[in-house]
Every structure is written in structure tokens, then in C-alpha cells.
Ligand binder design. Structure first.
Ligand code: NI
Length: 196
């Protein structure tokens, strides 16, 4: 998910000066719509090793470099249940997440790093309780509200191949011609895969 702030950090990095720190070199790169990996249903993470933690660190860096507030595995072509979020100076990684509880939904406009320029009003619960694992494989469970609840649910959707554009159907005609179009019934099924 992206923030509403202008994408100030997405500009090309200047060449590294010999005296200064080197510009970041990313092994991962952002996947954009309509790459079919964005429709994959991700498998659970099974191995919590150093390679996983390196990947997570890089996902955080990539998310920040694009002024995003959330990034999910498929957005970097990793077909695993893995997401990172960062709001202000707080950040969170959640692996194999499951929604335990949710409140009444409310509408808010969302964007997505994989769908530049697209903004969709999305109806989601404002308060959730979610469980999953941290990068060291320790079980975690916590409550989230407001923007945190929204970004976690947005990224959890990515793990099931659901995108913000799915929330505006069936009112938008172009969606029927979309190269990634999914039948509405499948979208609904996927939205509920990690929910109570
Ligand atoms: Ni997104």
C-alpha cells in the first residue's frame, strides 16, 4: 500500500560519492500490474532462516524507497505469505498471517505500489486482531486499528492475489477486459481465505 504523501523518495539515487555511503542496491524489484504473480495464492513460509530475514530487510528498504507503507511477497515476486508495513518510525513484519477478529467495516481510499496512479475506495474493518509469526518464527498475535488495520488487511489481500481494483467491481466496465480479471465469485472467496 502506498501513502498519500508525494513520492519524494522514488527519484533515482545519485551516484555514490566515494566518501559517502553507497546507494542501495536491491536484489528485489517491484512487480507492477498486470504481472500474473499479483494473482498468485501464496504458500506459507516454512523456513525461518537468515535468508528470509535478509529478504524482509530488503522488502522494508524497498518499501521505504518507494514511499510505501506496506509491501507483500507477490509484489517482489515472492509467492509466500510474507508482508511488511511501516508507518512513521514504526515497522512490522508478519508471516503466515490470519485474521482472528474484525469490527464493523468503514470506507477509505487506498493506493498500491503495484498499481501506480490507481486509487480505490475500499471497505474494511477498522479494528482487527491478527495472528502470525515474526521473522524468527515466533508466534505473534495483536490488535490493530485505523491505518495499521487497513494496511495489514491490504497486504493480506495481496497474499491471496486480491488487489484494490477488485473492490470497485462490478461497477467499472473496464474490469471485464482486464488481463488479470478474476470472476467476482473467486475474488469474494479469496477475500475470505484468512478471515474468521
Ligand atoms: Ni498493494
Amino acid at each position: 500500500m502506498n501513502s498519500s504523501a508525494p513520492d519524494r523518495n522514488a527519484a533515482a539515487q545519485p551516484p555514490a560519492a566515494s566518501a559517502g555511503p553507497p546507494a542501495p542496491v536491491f536484489r528485489l524489484s517491484l512487480v507492477y500490474y498486470p504481472d500474473p504473480v499479483l494473482r498468485v495464492i501464496c504458500a506459507p513460509v516454512e523456513t525461518f532462516d537468515t535468508a528470509l530475514r535478509d529478504t524482509i530487510e530488503e522488502m522494508f528498504a524497498l518499501m521505504r524507497a518507494h514511499a510505501g507503507i506496506g509491501l507483500a511477497g507477490p509484489q517482489v515476486a515472492i509467492e509466500r505469505q510474507l508482508l511488511v508495513c511501516g508507518i512513521g518510525d514504526q515497522q512490522l513484519c508478519l508471516i503466515n498471517p490470519a485474521l482472528q477478529e474484525s469490527s464493523e467495516p468503514a470506507d477509505s481510499v487506498e493506493g498500491c505500489l503495484s498499481l501506480p496512479g490507481v486509487q480505490v475506495k475500499v471497505r474494511r474493518p477498522e479494528r482487527i486482531r491478527v495472528s502470525g509469526y515474526d521473522p524468527r518464527g515466533r508466534k505473534t498475535s495483536f490488535a490493530a486499528t485505523g491505518l495499521w488495520a487497513r494496511v495489514i488487511q491490504h497486504e493480506m489481500d495481496h497474499l491471496n492475489g486480491v488487489l484494490i481494483c477488485d473492490y470497485r467491481r462490478p461497477s467499472v466496465k473496464e474490469c471485464d477486459e482486464c488481463p488479470l480479471s478474476l470472476p467476482a465469485v473467486l475474488v469474494e472467496e479469496r477475500k475470505h481465505r484468512m478471515r474468521p
